[in-house]
Design a protein around this ligand. Structure first.
Ligand SMILES: Cc1cc2nc3c(=O)[nH]c(=O)nc-3n(C[C@H](O)[C@H](O)[C@H](O)COP(=O)(O)OP(=O)(O)OC[C@H]3O[C@@H](n4cnc5c(N)ncnc54)[C@H](O)[C@@H]3O)c2cc1C
Length: 314
């Protein structure tokens, strides 16, 4: 019987197990990650074909290695699986795949982990086996008419597994809502479950804020140049408050009002930008109609930009 000794044994090589391994490796500790799967990331490979993460790539990375995609993109399950595998390889984490842990017990002041005919002894054990290993199927499921096709979401891959006719999807969270959305294209579909609410499509305001800062700097510089030459006219438009400029300021800021994830700081920056734009237009003696058109264009352009961001939602 093989017997290995480590400081720490991590059971499970998903996000939690790998991130724990990263921190232990950084501290030079001896450890091993035991995972039941054949390859790191396998739980993601076994989910349905069209699955996209609900969390954008900017939030999907583990410590030390960003997810290799645009921050606002919604990765596929396969991309997530590949990222986890690449993560383990990148940090040379000692993952031992294909080892399903059976028992964990105390032996004096140490722990003993068994997996088949192997044992692992350690001072610390981190159980990172996740919470989604066992499908929850209601007790009455076997009593339903056997002519019905019944599938748990963990067995669902695509609509071709279903018979023709109506489909009832039970549970309206990520899996249920996603599957119902896909199945509804080919079957009359009812989605049942507690309403979990909706978050409006997000906007990556960080980049917008940076762009606004850059534009702000450019606009301030331009205004400075123009002020130097036309200072007698400069006062005309300073601080004038118009409806469209105000709307444009809020749109540029991209705050929660528009369903963005921005903060009110974004609106403040938008206001600063619009005041500067207003000053520049005043200095240029832009007629009122021209200004309104420019603000309108700014609003439409920013909304189109947000619309593009919103389309990436999976
Ligand atoms: C359909 C679906 C979509 C999801 N989408 C998102 C999303 O978009 N964004 C997001 O942040 N989260 C999402 N989640 C949740 C996400 O998958 C989990 O929060 C995350 O995987 C938890 O990581 P973990 O490391 O704790 O567990 P897991 O990722 O489940 O990893 C557990 C690991 O432990 C191994 N293991 C289990 N038992 C044993 C054993 N006895 N011996 C050895 N190894 C074992 C498994 O092989 C597995 O590799 C989704 C979940 C599902 C089901």
């Amino acid at each position: 019987m093989a017997h290995d000794v480590y400081d720490t044994v991590i059971v499970g090589g998903g996000q939690a197990g790998l991130a724990t391994g990263y921190h232990l490796a950084k501290r030079g500790r001896s450890f091993v990650i035991l995972d039941a799967g054949e390859r790191v990331g396998d739980p993601w490979r076994k989910r349905w074909d069209s699955l996209r993460l609900y969390s954008p790539a900017g939030y999907d990375g583990l410590p030390g290695l960003r997810f290799p995609a645009k921050r606002t993109a919604y990765p596929t399950a396969g991309e997530m699986a590949d990222y986890l595998e690449a993560y383990a390889a990148h940090f040379a984490l000692p993952v031992r795949s294909g080892i399903a842990v059976d028992t964990l017990a105390r032996a004096g002041d140490r722990y003993v982990v068994t997996a088949g005919d192997r044992t692992f002894e350690a001072e610390n054990v981190v159980v990172a086996t996740g919470v989604m290993q066992k499908p929850h199927v209601p007790d009455f499921a076997p009593a339903l008419d056997p002519r019905l096709t019944q599938l748990h979401s963990s067995d669902y891959r695509n609509p071709s597994q279903l018979q023709n006719g109506p489909v009832l999807v039970v549970g309206a969270s990520h899996s249920g809502a996603d599957i119902a959305h896909e199945v509804a294209a080919t079957h009359p579909t009812i989605l049942s479950g507690v309403d979990t609410g909706q978050i409006p499509a997000g906007v990556d305001t960080r980049r917008i804020t940076v762009i606004c800062f850059v534009l702000c700097g450019l606009a301030a510089a331009l205004a400075g140049v123009l002020l130097a030459g036309y200072s007698t006219k400069a006062y005309q438009g300073m601080g004038d408050a118009y409806l469209l400029p105000s709307i444009a300021a809020v749109v540029i800021g991209g705050t929660n009002i528009l369903g963005g994830r921005g903060r009110y700081l974004g609106t403040l920056i938008g206001v600063v930008l619009i005041v500067l734009l207003n000053s520049v237009l005043s200095i240029m003696d832009m007629p009122e109609a021209g200004r309104q058109i420019i603000y309108g264009v700014v609003i439409v352009l920013m909304l189109l930009l947000y619309g593009r961001g919103a389309k990436t939602v999976g």
